[in-house]
Design a protein around this ligand. Structure first.
Ligand code: NAD
Length: 251
């Protein structure tokens, strides 16, 4: 018996990296997973992998920063499942730019994808989340919500805001029996970090600063999301779970 048996989940950004690992883990644990991503090919690959393992997954091609796409995504879930037990707002992008050169368009784009999309989905999915018992929202923030490096000011801003939004939503959504939590991963080796982690000096520097001496695996994050979505976390809301091998608490 899986830990998410009879539950319905929506994972955004499920085509690669952390989102793919979360979608596959939720499917292994018995959830019926709606896997959303703007990259149709990669989200179909995730779905094929889940189906090969005997899971139930539906691929949905969707740009989470597009209002109409989000409305159609939720309407598909309403028609096909009629409820939502877990919403994982994972889709995200990054940009590297010195703060003094960040353009208005760059700023807006990252806010639209990393923050506004999570707000809109969480707001508009409430009807489906209320139908399910003990449902929850899990927002994928980052340790960058509180520790910072050069050239990631816009990214850090969205991740700090997502943590704040999660805590604020937790207070309001408790009235509807919907929990809201967030996860703060450290550095994981995914498409997002590929370029920066290709640099051996940067890699070693990051490992040296991580007490547990390895990068975060996508599975580490998937297991944290599984815990927060499961009934084991039924009295946990407004909480941030850091998954970084001790990096953000070490000097
Ligand atoms: N990799 C890390 O080290 C790390 C650390 C902390 C937090 N995070 C966060 O984890 C989440 C996943 O990141 P990842 O490392 O797996 O990156 P990734 O680039 O491997 O995956 C991101 C996925 O989101 C999808 N996506 C991007 N914009 C989208 C949009 N507008 N609509 C729909 N789908 C969209 C992409 O197609 C991709 O499949 C992000 O929110 C990221 O900020 C990553």
């Amino acid at each position: 018996m899986g830990r998410l048996e009879n539950k319905v989940a929506l994972i955004t950004g499920a085509g690669s990296g952390l989102g793919r690992a979360i979608a596959l883990e939720f499917s292994r644990q018995g959830a019926r997973v709606f896997a959303g991503d703007r990259d149709e090919v990669s989200v179909i690959e995730t779905t094929d992998a889940a189906i090969q393992e005997g899971g139930t997954m539906v691929p949905l091609c969707c740009d989470v920063s597009d209002k109409e796409d989000v409305a159609s995504l939720l309407s598909t879930i309403e028609k096909e499942a009629g409820k939502l037990d877990a919403l994982v707002n994972n889709a995200g992008i990054t940009q590297r730019e010195d703060f003094r050169h960040v353009t208005d368009d760059q700023w807006q784009e990252i806010l639209d994808v990393n923050l506004t999309a999570a707000m809109r989905l969480s707001r508009d999915a409430l009807g489906l989340l209320r139908v399910a018992e003990g449902s929850s929202i899990i927002n994928i923030s980052s340790i960058m919500e509180r520790v910072h490096v050069r050239q990631l000011s816009a990214y850090s801003t969205t991740k700090a805001a997502l943590a704040g939004l999660s805590r604020a939503m937790a207070v309001e959504y408790s009235a509807f029996d919907v929990r809201v939590n967030y996860i703060c991963p450290g550095y994981a080796e995914t498409a997002m970090t590929q370029r920066i982690l290709r640099n051996p000096a940067v890699r070693q520097g990051l490992l040296d600063r991580t007490p547990m001496k390895r990068f975060v695996s996508a599975q580490d994050v998937a297991k944290a999301a599984l815990f927060l979505a499961s009934d084991d976390a039924s009295f946990i809301t407004g909480e941030g779970l850091t998954v970084d091998g001790g990096m953000s608490v070490s000097l």
